[in-house]
Design a protein. Structure first.
Length: 246
């Protein structure tokens, strides 16, 4: 744990930061952003990286250079949900700040999320304005239907939640993003949840792949939604995308 002498701006005593990384390209950027923000808003914090094969070398270098950073490594590719669960298995803090290294938020976005914490069970952000890419819109619409969630921005790769809620994270076979799944389950169980506005430019958009959207359609919508609507959304978004590229 990293001990800080000055009193934090918010009331977070112990914070565990978990970063799940299937790609090491932006991992160092994510660690730097978290280091600045976490130092301001918590008295003690730790950082745990769960790294897939492509991110293992970068994670090992960061962990060696920054002793308070711990890392776990996987020789086989894993879904983000598996990596996040793996990292959460090592946490010792009361709150968890979870970040996807594929699209790391800036220190500003992280600070805004930490500053907005007021005892919620799960706190997430939403990009304002929302990304306009048609595949992104199709993916988010499908996620809301599949997860039966009111989350405005279910693809946001950033969330703050109580450490004991880590058991609500999805399994390795779940195609939905793990943080969107966590928020949706918490809402259905009537936990205290919250969403705050974050500047869109501070959080890069990880493009939604056609395979990911197709996996959601195959998974089937929750609570009686019609599968045909999901398939129609995918076809329409692909048609718009092709038109834009002409």
């Amino acid at each position: 744990m990293i001990s800080l002498r000055r009193f934090p701006v918010s009331g977070i005593d112990t914070l565990s930061v978990v970063i799940y990384a299937n790609d090491g390209a932006r991992l160092e950027q994510a660690v730097s952003a978290v280091t600045v923000a976490a130092a301001r808003y918590s008295t003690d914090h730790e950082m745990i990286i769960a790294a897939g094969p492509a991110a293992a070398a970068v994670a090992a270098r960061i962990a060696a250079a920054r002793p308070p950073v711990h890392a776990t490594y996987h020789v086989q590719p894993r879904r983000p949900s598996y990596l996040l669960r793996d990292a959460c298995g090592l946490i010792s803090g009361d709150l968890v700040l979870a970040i996807d290294a594929a699209a790391p938020p800036s220190a500003l976005a992280i600070e805004r999320l930490l500053a907005a914490y007021n005892g919620q069970d799960v706190l997430v952000g939403r990009r304002t304005p929302a990304p306009a890419h048609p595949l992104y819109r199709a993916h988010t619409a499908l996620l809301r239907r599949v997860l039966a969630s009111d989350q405005d921005d279910p693809l946001l790769p950033l969330a703050l939640f109580r450490a004991d809620l880590a058991d609500l994270l999805p399994g390795d076979g779940e195609p939905a993003p793990p943080l969107a799944h966590l928020y949706a389950v918490a809402r259905r169980r009537n936990y205290v949840t919250g969403q705050i506005a974050l500047p869109a430019q501070s959080i890069p958009v990880r493009p939604s792949g056609v395979a990911e959207v197709a996996a959601l359609v195959a998974q089937g919508p929750a609570r009686g939604a019609r599968p045909a609507l999901g398939a129609l959304a995918v076809v329409a978004s692909l048609w718009l995308l092709l038109r834009r590229r002409r």
